[in-house]
Design a protein around this ligand. Structure first.
Ligand code: UDP
Length: 259
């Protein structure tokens, strides 16, 4: 059973059966405060339509999302689905922005952060960018590594030595989230979160969509134009839309509980 969220009641919603918390950015930050205060090991996932479609076919990933301490709604697609399926989600909590807000908070509170993943050198560049944006931020370490099991011993050793309070893992979903779930019981890092391509954005390796596109839910289109090789993966988006509409208007009622 997942532990209850401390202090803040974050309602659980089901989007095509996949678990997402109805939290605002501000609430998510206060929940992280509570995780740090209570100690122990926590996992945060940033759920978007690709996660939902993947979790429906990949039982281990579905189970990681069932057990995570906090699943933030990352993306306008989830809010739309929430409205259609009567599983209201109040606000997007985009992974990159959440990571930046956590870095700002880490600088204020003295939390040590570790950036694991992305291509060689990108985590270090992202760390440099974060430190210049949030003076006083303590970087416990950066390392590219890989999600391959044979690389785990070295990564675990580095993390044990660095003793971070927050660990950001950029191996893309679902590998990063499976990796965290697999190793958190031995690492026991207070908060570990999968962040997908966030280091690439923060380091400036990949440009982010302009604000107007993000605000109009068009980030996917910008990413498709920038990184056209993503088209196959992005087929998850229309499939998500169709699955949501089928769940709502097909023969199966609201679809809120359907996996
Ligand atoms: N990545 C990695 N090792 C891997 C696979 C991916 O370091 O074996 C990194 C990749 O360099 C990128 C991130 O994981 O920085 C995944 O980015 P993507 O944009 O695909 O993730 P999304 O945000 O779509 O989940």
């Amino acid at each position: 059973m997942p532990r209850p969220l401390p202090m803040i009641e974050a309602p659980v919603r089901r989007i095509l059966g996949v678990r997402v918390h109805d939290v605002t950015m501000e609430e998510a930050l206060r929940i992280v405060d509570a995780f740090l205060a209570e100690g122990g090991a926590h996992q945060i996932c940033t759920v978007n339509p690709e996660f939902v479609m993947h979790a429906r076919r990949n039982l281990p990933f579905f189970q990681v999302l069932e057990r995570a301490d906090l699943n933030v709604p990352d993306g306008v697609g989830l809010l739309w689905a929430g409205r259609i399926l009567n599983q209201p989600l109040r606000e997007r909590v985009p992974g990159v922005e959440f990571m930046e807000a956590l870095a700002a908070r880490a600088a204020e509170r003295g939390w040590r952060i570790f950036l694991l993943g992305a291509a060689e050198g990108v985590a270090a560049r992202a760390a440099t960018a974060l430190r210049s944006r949030y003076p006083g931020l303590t970087i416990a370490g950066t390392f590219a590594g890989s999600p391959r099991p044979e690389d785990a011993p070295e990564i675990l050793e580095r993390l044990r030595t660095a003793q971070p309070d927050l660990l950001f893992v950029a191996y893309g979903a679902p590998q990063q989230d499976l990796w965290i779930a697999r190793y958190q019981p031995e690492l026991r890092i207070p908060v570990a979160m999968g962040v997908g391509g966030a280091f690439d954005f923060i380091a400036g390796v990949v440009p982010r969509a302009p604000r107007w596109m993000r605000e109009h839910g068009l980030e996917w289109l910008y990413r498709l134009i920038q990184q056209p090789w993503r088209w196959r993966r992005m087929l998850a988006l229309p499939r998500f839309v169709l699955a949501v509409l089928a769940a709502r208007y097909g023969s199966g009622g609201t679809g809120a509980g359907a996996v």
